[in-house]
Ligand binder design. Structure first.
Ligand SMILES: Cc1ncc(COP(=O)(O)O)c(C=O)c1O
Length: 376
């Protein structure tokens, strides 16, 4: 059996080596490493794929979030609603820009922000909601959009973990994660569903004015050469990374399907066992399984992780502690017990190996090993 990895980037590379090597060599030989033609071509190709008007590449997914928020021109202290069960980046940029993260709880069924908790968190200072499409399935965007409209709020989607996932609407339309709110963002971190070979990110919008502003902010706030209309940042996607992403984008649907197939294997095997909760996909979304995350008894979770390690099966805990309980966010005044779902989930979750190169032999071995732990 092949070595089991949490993410198998080398295996993925070996299958498209020729195309990737050619694309990289081409960049090297043309020596336009910054803002080379591949950057614009990739942006256009991704815009076509996602059916969104503007894709603005940038240096990473955290910058993408920061630039998106900067484009809103919110007053200092503006409150922004964000899930506490999440990777830190979304809340981090809110705080960094002098706004106030307002944490809300998450759903134990789909790990996404708890829709029913949004309205209670809204005050006269609330200016935006940041839904994070966690682990690969969409937040209930229909309801988010309705609430945002009612309270006149911006919606900035964090689609770092859900590129290619679709949200279904009752009128029969479907839209890709990140293209539904005012602005959406993603990350091309190597392990993401669409990953490059370093850092990368992008910002999406259908709004021309936002697109113009975002482009300027990502380029030092420059409107025309050496004219700075606002304070910006320097955040660029390297030409090399864009060239790599152009190749990988042509495989994104296949990559997502491989993840879906691996997830189906896990679920078909594991769902029969009452001591394991397999992930559920909400009816309003497809799932591209950036992570395949189980819930098990909190008292057995760490033991399971250790046991699997002895079997050479890596696992990860995404996320071991909700953000409101971290030292950096203590100044916001939250305490243990404020978000019981998120706190509970954090003690019960365990993410299994999930990538495009898993084969049935590996999947069967992982499933059998999990059952072996519980049966002993
Ligand atoms: C939900 C979420 N948002 C933002 C980011 C940040 O992306 P990057 O690492 O490219 O800055 C990540 C990365 O892991 C993420 O998972």
């Amino acid at each position: 059996m092949k070595e089991i990895r949490m993410v198998d980037l080398l295996g993925q590379y070996s299958k498209i080596k020729e195309k990737l090597d050619y694309a990289m060599q081409d960049v090297i030989e043309n020596a336009v490493f910054i803002n080379g033609p591949q950057v614009g071509l990739f942006a256009n190709e991704l815009a076509d794929f996602l059916h969104v008007k503007h894709v603005i590449p940038c240096a990473n997914g955290t910058d993408a979030l920061q630039i998106a928020l900067m484009a809103l021109d919110l007053p200092r202290g503006a409150e922004i609603i964000v899930p506490t069960f999440n990777y830190v980046a979304t809340a981090e940029v809110i705080a960094l820009l002098g706004f106030k993260p307002i944490f809300i709880d998450s759903s134990v069924d789909n790990y996404n922000l708890l829709i029913g908790a949004i309205e209670a968190a809204i005050t006269e200072n609330t200016r935006a909601i940041m839904p994070v499409h966690i682990f690969g399935q969409c937040v209930d965007m229909l309801t988010v959009l309705k609430i945002a409209q009612k309270y006149n709020l911006y919606v900035i989607e964090d689609a770092a973990q859900a590129i290619g996932s679709k949200c279904f609407f009752p009128d029969g339309t479907e839209r890709f994660a990140g293209t539904i709110g005012h602005i959406g963002t993603t990350s091309f971190f190597p392990s993401k569903n669409l990953g490059c070979m370093g850092d990368g990110g992008a910002i999406f919008t259908n709004d021309d004015a936002f697109a113009k502003k975002i482009k300027a902010i990502a380029n030092h706030g420059q409107s025309t050469k050496y004219n700075y209309d606002e304070i910006g940042v320097n955040s660029r996607l390297d030409t090399l990374q864009a060239a790599i992403l152009r190749v990988k984008l042509t495989n994104l649907s296949t990559y997502n399907q491989s993840r879906i197939d691996a997830a189906s294997f896990y679920t078909q095997f594991l769902e029969a066992y009452p001591f394991i909760e397999t992930p559920r996909t909400a009816h309003w979304t497809s799932h591209v399984f950036h992570q395949y995350t189980l819930q098990v008894d909190a008292n057995q979770r760490d033991g399971l992780k250790k046991f699997l390690e002895t079997k050479n099966i890596p696992t990860m805990i995404y996320y071991p502690l909700p953000l409101h309980l971290h030292k950096a966010y203590q100044y916001l005044g939250y305490k243990e017990g404020d978000f019981p779902n998120a706190e509970n989930i954090s003690k019960k979750v365990i993410s299994l190996p999930m990538h495009t190169e898993l084969d049935n032999e590996q999947l069967l071995y992982i499933c059998n090993s999990i059952i072996e732990y519980f049966k002993n």
